[in-house]
Design a protein around this ligand. Structure first.
Ligand code: HEM
Length: 524
C-alpha cells in the first residue's frame, strides 16, 4: 500500500506535469493569433487535385478564354476565380469591377509579367518592352515606345508606306480574284499586307526576307502557345522542362525569328551605308530601326543604355506584336461583315459616299469613315485577338474584391468574356456596330468591360499604329470591291471556328469572291 506522503507526492508530481499543459492549452489560441496570419481567403474556383491542381478542368480545351469563362460561370466565380495550374497559382478576372481593381486601383502590384519557361524562350529573356519586369528599365523602354516609335507623329510620318502597301493589297486581290472567278484567299493577302506595312515601318523599305518571315510567323502562330508548356506549370521540375515539346517549339520559333530580326538590322545598315556614300539623307531616323539606332548612339536615357540585345528584343516586339494582332482583327472584321450583309451594305455605302470619285483610298479620307470605325470596335468586342490580354503577375499579396491574391500568382483578365457578357451588353452575341453610337464607350482603357488593348500602365502602346493600318486596309477593300461568299455558303454558315496561338485567329483561311467596283488599275 502507498503511504499518504507517497500519494501526496504523486499528486504533486502530476499537478506539476499537468499545470504547464493546462497553461499551454489556455494560452495556445492567443499565442497562435498573435504570431500567425489567418489563412488567406482565396477566390472561389473549381475543385483541385493533388499535384496537378485545376489542370484537369482545362485539358482538351484548346480555347482557354472560353474554358475559363465556362468554369467561372459554373462555380459562381464570375468576378475573380482561383486556379492552380500545376505548381503555379493563377487568378482569372472576369468582371468590370475586378478588372478595374487589378488594372487601375492596384496597377503597380500587377504591372509585371510572369517570366515562365516558354516566355523566356519566346520573349528574348524579357529584354524587350512587352515582357520586361516593371521598373526603371521598362519605364525607359516604354517612353521610347510612346514618344519615338508609336506616337501619333511617328504614325503619321509612316503614312506614305502604308498607303502604298494598301494599293498593293488592292492590286493583289484584283489580279487573283475577279478575272479567274476563283475565291481569293483573303487571309493570305491580309497577312502579306500587314507584314509588309509593319516591316516597312521598321526597316524603311520592303524586307528582302519577307516571304520567310511570313512562313515563320505562320508556323509559329500555329504551334507557339506561350504559358502552356509543362515546364511553365511545373517550373521546379528540370525533367519536365527538358522534355517539354511545346518548349522546344517555342525555342525554335524564337531562334528563327531572331535570325530574321538580325537580317532586318543588316538590311537597314546596308541601306544606310549606301545612302551615306551617295549623300542621300532619306535614311536617317525616318524608320523605326533608324530611330532605335539613333537612340542607342545617343545613350538611351538616365541610367539606361539601349544595348544590342535590348534593341533586338524591341524590334521583335514590334515584329511579332504588330502584324498578327492587326491581321487577325482585319480578318474577323471581314468575316463578321460577310455574316451580316446589312452591316456590310451600310459600311460600303459610307465608304462609297466619302470617297466618291477618288481613284484610291488615302488617309485624308479616313476621318469621315465613322461607321467603319464602329465596325472595327464591334469586331474587337467580340474577337479580342488576345482574349486574356497578356498575363500579369501579382508582385505582392493583395486583396481584390475581398479575396486574397497570393504573391507570385499569374493573373489573366478575360477581356473576351467581358466583351460578350449580357450584364454589360444588349444582345451581346450579335454584331451590331451601332451600339457604340448609343453608349459612351471606347477602348482606351477606362471602360473596363471593353479592354481589347488592355488597360493601365501596360496597356498596348500601339493603338494609333494599329488603327491606321486597319482602317486604311478595310476602307480600300470595301471601296474597290464587292464581296460574295463562295457558292453554296450562306452568311449564317460561314465558318467562324477559332484557333489559339499567340492570338485567337480564324482556324481556317477566309476565302471570298471579290468583284471589282472601282477599278484598281487607277490606283497603284
Ligand atoms: C488590333 C491590334 C492590337 C491589339 C488588339 C493589341 C492588344 C494588346 C494587348 C491586350 C496588350 C497587353 C495589354 C495589357 O497587359 O494590359 C498589348 C501589349 C502590347 N502591344 Fe499591342 N495590340 C495590337 C497591336 C499592336 C501593334 C501594331 C504593336 C506594335 C507595332 C503592338 C505592340 C505592343 C507592345 C509592345 C505591348 C507591350 C506593352 C507593355 O508591356 O508595356 N500592339 N497589346
Amino acid at each position: 500500500m502507498q503511504s499518504s506522503a507517497d500519494s501526496y507526492s504523486t499528486d504533486s508530481y502530476l499537478s506539476l506535469l499537468l499545470l504547464p499543459l493546462l497553461l499551454l492549452i489556455i494560452l495556445w489560441p492567443h499565442h497562435k493569433n498573435r504570431n500567425e496570419a489567418p489563412p488567406p481567403r482565396l477566390p472561389p474556383g473549381p475543385w483541385l487535385l493533388p499535384v496537378i491542381g485545376s489542370l484537369l478542368h482545362l485539358i482538351n480545351k484548346p480555347l482557354p478564354h472560353r474554358a475559363m469563362a465556362d468554369l467561372a460561370r459554373r462555380c459562381s466565380a464570375t468576378d475573380v476565380m482561383y486556379l492552380q495550374l500545376g505548381e503555379v497559382p493563377a487568378v482569372v478576372i472576369s468582371s468590370r469591377e475586378a478588372a478595374r481593381e487589378v488594372l487601375k486601383a492596384h496597377d503597380v502590384t500587377f504591372a509585371s509579367r510572369p517570366m515562365g519557361l516558354s516566355m523566356r524562350a519566346t520573349a528574348h529573356e524579357g529584354l524587350g518592352i512587352a515582357f520586361s519586369p516593371y521598373g526603371h528599365r521598362w519605364r525607359q523602354l516604354r517612353k521610347i515606345c510612346a514618344v519615338e516609335l508609336l506616337g501619333a507623329a511617328r504614325v503619321r510620318s509612316l503614312r506614305t508606306a502604308r498607303e502604298d502597301e494598301a494599293s498593293r493589297l488592292v492590286a493583289a486581290v484584283a489580279s487573283a480574284g475577279p478575272s479567274s472567278g476563283e475565291p481569293v484567299n483573303v487571309s493570305a493577302r491580309v497577312a502579306a499586307f500587314v507584314a509588309d506595312s509593319v516591316l516597312r515601318a521598321i526597316v524603311g523599305e520592303r524586307f528582302r526576307r519577307r516571304d520567310e518571315f511570313l512562313e515563320v510567323l505562320e508556323e509559329g502562330l500555329r504551334s507557339v502557345k506561350p504559358g502552356t508548356s509543362l515546364g511553365d506549370m511545373f517550373p521546379s521540375s528540370r525533367l519536365l522542362c527538358a522534355i517539354s515539346s511545346t518548349f522546344r517549339k517555342d525555342r525554335e520559333f524564337h531562334r528563327k525569328i531572331t535570325e530574321l530580326v538580325n537580317c532586318a538590322i543588316e538590311q537597314h545598315q546596308e541601306r544606310k551605308a549606301a545612302a551615306v556614300a551617295g549623300d542621300d539623307d532619306s535614311v536617317g531616323d525616318k524608320d523605326l530601326l533608324g530611330v532605335l539606332l539613333r537612340i542607342q548612339k545617343e545613350g538611351g536615357g538616365p541610367d539606361f543604355h539601349l544595348d544590342n540585345g535590348t534593341l533586338k528584343a524591341v524590334v521583335l516586339d514590334l515584329f511579332g506584336g504588330g502584324s498578327e494582332t492587326t491581321g487577325t482583327t482585319l480578318l474577323w472584321t471581314m468575316s463578321e461583315l460577310m455574316r451580316n450583309p446589312a452591316v456590310m451594305q451600310k459600311a460600303q455605302a459610307e465608304v462609297q459616299h466619302v470617297l466618291q470619285g477618288k481613284e484610291k483610298v488615302t488617309e485624308d479620307d479616313l476621318t469621315g469613315l465613322k461607321f467603319l470605325k464602329l465596325v472595327i470596335m464591334e469586331t474587337l468586342r467580340l474577337h479580342a485577338p488576345t482574349p486574356l490580354l497578356m498575363p500579369r503577375e501579382c508582385t505582392e499579396q493583395c486583396s481584390i474584391l475581398g479575396f486574397d491574391i497570393p504573391q507570385g500568382a499569374l493573373v489573366l483578365v478575360n477581356a473576351w468574356s467581358m466583351g460578350r457578357d449580357p450584364k454589360y451588353w444588349d444582345q451581346a452575341e450579335e454584331f451590331k456596330p451601332e451600339r457604340f453610337e448609343e453608349v459612351d464607350v471606347d477602348y482606351k482603357g477606362t471602360y473596363f468591360e471593353y479592354i481589347p488593348f488592355g488597360a493601365g500602365r501596360r496597356m498596348c502602346p500601339a493603338i494609333a499604329f494599329a488603327e491606321a493600318n486597319m482602317v486604311l486596309a478595310l476602307a480600300a477593300l470595301l471601296y474597290h470591291f464587292d464581296w460574295q461568299l463562295p457558292s453554296g455558303v450562306s452568311p449564317s454558315e460561314l465558318d467562324m471556328e477559332e484557333d489559339m496561338g499567340i492570338t485567337v485567329r480564324r482556324k481556317r483561311d477566309l476565302y471570298l469572291c471579290p468583284t471589282i467596283r472601282v477599278p484598281p488599275h487607277l490606283t497603284a
